[in-house]
Design a protein around this ligand. Structure first.
Ligand code: TXA
Ligand code: MG
Length: 341
């Protein structure tokens, strides 16, 4: 199959393809998605095939607004869903609710619930409106690879496997949406994202739990290896500069061809491949996946990332994705540990 890249002002071939039951990769504010008519099981089957995705891993259904959510919901609107969608839609928040029969079992991973999100990206919205159907769309990467945040990432993973990729520039957020399960009480944060835990809790006025060892609920996709580049990722999760410096030197000896992703000030220490990480956690979120892909192409023997964990806002999401990608996390040793943490 020949893959064509479409400009954002030339959507009609993509709209026609979606109406005919084909798949199209399109931009959203979080990451690029691989979409199909969510009410058409055969069309959605092609998403699983193009990605090489296991069929028990359900897709997110994209709608325009709360009316779109109502159209796939079984029963009455959970209060929490009304509150959160009113506050955060359109935007990077996915809610899990009981599903009616509009969405075929394949899309839901054969579960009674469905994941629904209203993207804010204008191209995504234009497609949903023109096709006049909810669009099922997981991230537009080959299964197991980092989510794509640039059109060239989608091309790298899926060219030859899908007819169209719509170019919408680089993703604004860079990490996948926050997923909150509202089919259970209290709500569960299944995947952290740009909408942080404290934003959800203050909107709802109640606790949102993070699934842990003691809760059985997890997003089905979370059991699969995720977000990982080919080279092993080593995360230097430290605060003190002299500790970071020592860790970099030690790793350089162990991995002579290592690549480094770090704030700009560390470039002086590393003559090999380097990706500069911005100063804020939002920058880090935006740059993480593209940084992995950029460095991976240079075939390093390790990708070392310098970033100190925090749990504010999108910090929890960055720590979650980096933690999943990392083969090894290096923390501060020595007596300073007790002092600083
Ligand atoms: O930002 C995003 O959410 C992007 C863009 C394209 O919208 N999409 C995305 O989709 O990240 P995907 O398939 O890569 O991640 C969807 C996650 C998976 O971990 C899946 O298991 C979970 O959502 N999920 C989907 N339906 C679910 C359900 N009914 N119950 C629990 N988890 C569900
Ligand atoms: Mg994905």
């Amino acid at each position: 199959m020949i893959t064509e890249i479409l400009r954002g002002d030339n959507l009609s071939p993509a709209i026609d393809a979606l109406k005919k039951g084909e798949v199209v990769a399109f931009p959203t504010e979080t990451v690029y998605g691989l979409g199909a008519d969510a009410t058409n099981s055969r069309a959605c089957q092609k998403i699983f095939e193009a990605k090489g995705r296991p069929s028990d891993n359900p897709l997110i259904v994209h709608v325009l607004d709360i009316k779109g959510l109502e159209s796939v919901l079984a029963g009455s609107m959970p209060k929490a869903a009304a509150v959160l969608t009113e506050k955060f839609w359109p935007g990077p928040l996915t809610v899990i609710v009981p599903s009616n029969d509009t969405i075929p079992p394949l899309v839901r991973g054969f579960m009674p619930t469905v994941a629904v999100r209203s993207p804010s990206h204008l191209i995504a919205r234009a497609l949903i409106a023109a096709v006049n159907r909810p669009l099922a769309a997981p991230s537009a990467n080959r299964s197991g690879r980092p989510s794509p945040t640039r059109v060239k990432d989608v091309w790298q993973d899926l060219h030859g496997r899908i007819p169209y990729i719509i170019d919408g520039g680089d993703s604004l957020v860079g990490l996948e949406s926050t997923i909150v399960d509202l089919s259970v009480v209290p709500p569960l944060l299944l995947r952290p994202g740009f909408i942080g835990l404290e934003m959800l809790e203050s909107a709802l006025g109640e606790r949102v739990l993070i699934p842990g060892a003691e809760t059985p609920h997890k997003a089905p996709g979370m059991k699969y290896r995720h977000y990982a580049p080919r080279a092993p990722v080593i995360w230097i999760n430290m605060r003190e500069d002299h500790h970071i410096e020592r860790a970099i030197v030690r790793l350089q000896k162990k991995f002579p061809n290592m690549a480094l992703m770090a704030p700009g000030k560390w470039q002086r220490m590393h003559s090999g491949s380097f990706v500069t990480l911005g100063d804020t956690t939002e920058d880090m979120a935006r740059q993480l996946f593209s940084g992995f892909r950029e460095l991976d192409q240079r075939k390093p023997d390790a990708i070392v990332v310098v970033w100190e964990e925090n749990d504010r806002g999108v910090g929890l999401a960055v720590a979650n994705r980096l933690g999943k990608a990392a083969a090894l996390e290096v923390k501060e040793e020595g007596p300073e540990k007790q002092v600083t943490e």
